[in-house]
Write a protein that binds this ligand. Structure first.
Ligand code: PMV
Length: 342
């Protein structure tokens, strides 16, 4: 026999809960308070403009179909992937916890993005973790906090990676006004305007060298060259104008022009000292099957990307040179709330 419970605990009001309803009420309250919160966000490739973007030049990036997922639940202390949070552990989780003011949270993260490969693994980690710690999927807010996580972890950064991971699809960024602006983010003397770009569903083959360099170290290296050599400063601004031209080629769907611009961008990245012998070899290997190819991300290792309509051939060429081919698709959505099961 079901008992009736009073919502207000014994006034003259009629009883409102049957026993089964009371259990359901408790179940819902439990889930609102204790249910794990989960968000995922995508990795990215930088099609044009890495490094130059740190100086405010234009760049274009696209989200790809590799994602990182963060799950956060209540706990008696802050933990990351099962371990208590300490400053000397990975800097990105540490700064994500600290900038969201999280207390008593246990976070775990799983990812299909190669770490340190220039495919946005740290941006996807910061973006999904910040959103899950805040239990808030607001893209602009998450992109801004996640950018500050990257700044804290790397010392220097642009908001390109974190904005791409939060927004998804494609992103054009510049210190001048952009069309279809979605948000702007400032740091020091630079304000970056970030706009949506429709990159469509392109197939891009990445070639992973198997090793990477710390982004902060590579960014510092370019900064030193930029301060010392006019040729480095020219290279940075030429990369910015390549990104502007690439926007026109993207709008017109002109793959041949895009490929040529990628090749030019790669030559300038070599001038800035961020390409390596291994990256150059993978680029040479994919050239016969591609419109164009370049490194993506910070360089010093990591990945190349090739724009191709023969992905299998490009992938085989990468593998034959000892690289790890990853066939990716653009057009991926950004930050996404996930179900909590599994
Ligand atoms: O290698 P990644 O995924 O960390 O990309 C770095 C991109 C840079 O332009 C070199 C730095 C930045 O913050 O924009």
């Amino acid at each position: 026999m079901e008992t009736c419970l009073s919502r207000t605990g014994g006034s003259n009001e009629p009883s409102v809960f049957m026993d089964s309803e009371w259990k359901e009420f408790n179940f819902n309250v439990f889930h609102v308070w204790f249910m794990p919160v989960s968000f995922s966000s995508p990795g990215k490739i930088i099609l044009f403009g890495e490094h130059a973007v740190v100086f405010g030049e234009a760049a274009i990036a696209a989200a790809i179909n590799l994602r990182t997922r963060a799950v956060v639940s209540e706990y008696r202390e802050n933990r990351f992937n099962g371990f208590p949070l300490r400053k000397d552990m990975r800097a990105y989780p540490y700064h994500s916890f600290s900038l969201t003011g999280a207390t008593g949270k246990s976070a775990s993260v799983e990812s299909s993005i190669p770490p340190g490969g220039g495919m946005g693994s740290s941006a996807a980690l910061s973006t999904s973790l910040v959103a899950a710690l805040n239990n808030d999927g607001n893209e602009a807010k998450t992109a801004s906090i996640a950018f500050n996580v990257e700044l804290g972890a790397q010392g220097r950064a642009s908001p390109l990676d974190t904005s791409t991971s939060a927004h998804g699809y494609g992103v054009f960024i510049s210190s001048s006004r952009v069309s279809s602006e979605i948000w702007s983010i400032s740091s020091g003397t630079v304000t970056w305007h970030i706009g949506h770009v429709d990159v469509g569903r392109m197939t891009v083959v990445a070639g992973y060298t198997g090793s990477g360099a710390a982004t902060g170290h590579m960014v510092d290296k370019v900064r030193r060259l930029w301060e010392k050599y006019p040729t480095a400063r020219d290279a940075v601004s030429e990369i910015g104008s390549i990104s502007q031209d690439a926007m026109k080629a993207l709008r017109g769907g002109d793959m041949v022009a895009l490929g040529r611009l990628m090749d030019r961008n790669q030559r300038l990245l070599s001038v800035l000292g961020v390409s390596t012998k291994e990256l150059d070899q993978l680029i040479d290997a994919v050239r016969p099957f591609s419109y164009g190819a370049k490194l993506t991300g910070a360089g010093g290792g990591g990945c190349i990307i090739a724009l191709t309509d023969r992905p299998e051939k490009a992938g085989e060429a990468i593998a034959a040179r000892g690289g790890i081919p990853i066939i990716c698709r653009t057009g991926e959505e950004g930050l996404r709330r996930e179900g909590h099961e599994g």
